[in-house]
Design a protein around this ligand. Structure first.
Ligand code: AP5
Length: 225
């Protein structure tokens, strides 16, 4: 059966998580964030978390082999059967080649959508981000604060600031993005599998632009209750 891997490609803070969660809620597909999986491993003190932590804290990339193994395990689950969204993977040409090698023969189609935001806006977005470790909802202290103060307005869990959202680490993450991840735009463009939206402006407007691109490629929407 053919299924689509929708790849959200963009710099740190572009809104991949924000938009991926929305798409996932509207369409019957999971949004898989390698960053979330790695942060959970760090919180739980697993061997994977131990190996990933130093890279994440400094703003560098976790080694390809570790991340590829996470993705292989996650994509084998039943909820990925009809399609899925990847947020934060692939991030290097080597990871993109892994995806291609492992899954292209299984009738999987790839569509990468770049969410573009100028570097200047990203530092402000990331240093003001707060997220819910309970349900994963993403906030910004100015642009989209919780109605419940420093607790999540959906599940009541205390919000946290990510360790890698300091100015110095964000700058390193941006540099790593330009060096290692941005080349993936050309990688997918050359395969006729790339589209782009502006990630600047209102979250709703960006979502509308994104949805119009991805709708023909994702499974039918869940019927409204
Ligand atoms: P990861 O968790 O993937 O972080 P990232 O790619 O740097 O992206 P972010 O999660 O920071 O940003 P986002 O684009 O999701 O933005 P968000 O929606 O939250 O990776 C973290 C680390 O894990 C990496 O540095 C690396 O070490 C490791 N890692 C992960 N995957 C890896 C891989 N494949 N290979 C190797 N290592 C890997 O929005 C950000 C903020 O902006 C929020 O506050 C939000 O409310 C706000 N916002 C969103 N949209 C708007 C808007 N339109 N206007 C104003 N504010 C907005």
């Amino acid at each position: 059966m053919s299924r689509t891997a929708l790849i959200l490609l963009g710099p740190p803070g572009a809104g991949k998580g924000t938009q991926g969660r929305r798409l996932s809620a509207e369409f019957s597909v999971p949004s898989i964030s390698t960053g979330d999986i790695l942060r959970e491993a760090v919180r739980n003190g697993t061997e994977l978390g131990r190996q990933a932590k130093q890279h994440m804290d400094s703003g560098g990339l976790v080694p390809d082999a570790l991340v590829d193994a996470i993705v292989r395990e996650r994509l084998a689950r039943e909820d990925c059967r009809t399609g899925f969204i990847l947020d934060g993977y692939p991030r290097t040409v080597s990871q993109a080649e892994f995806l291609q090698r492992e899954y292209a023969g299984e009738g999987m189609k790839f569509l990468a959508v770049g969410v573009q935001v100028k570097d200047g806006a990203l530092v402000r977005r990331l240093t003001g981000r707060r997220s819910c470790p309970g349900c994963g909802k993403i906030y910004h202290i100015d642009a989209s604060p919780s109605r419940n103060g420093d607790r999540c307005d959906e599940c009541g869990t205390a919000l946290v600031q990510r360790r890698d959202d300091t100015v110095a680490v964000v700058q390193e993450r941006l540099q790593v993005y330009h060096q290692s991840t941005r080349p993936l735009i050309e990688y997918y463009q050359s395969r006729g599998a790339y589209a782009e939206v502006s990630g600047e402006g209102a979250v709703e407007d960006i979502y509308a632009a994104l949805r119009s691109i991805v709708e023909p490629h994702l499974p039918e929407r869940r019927p409204r209750a």
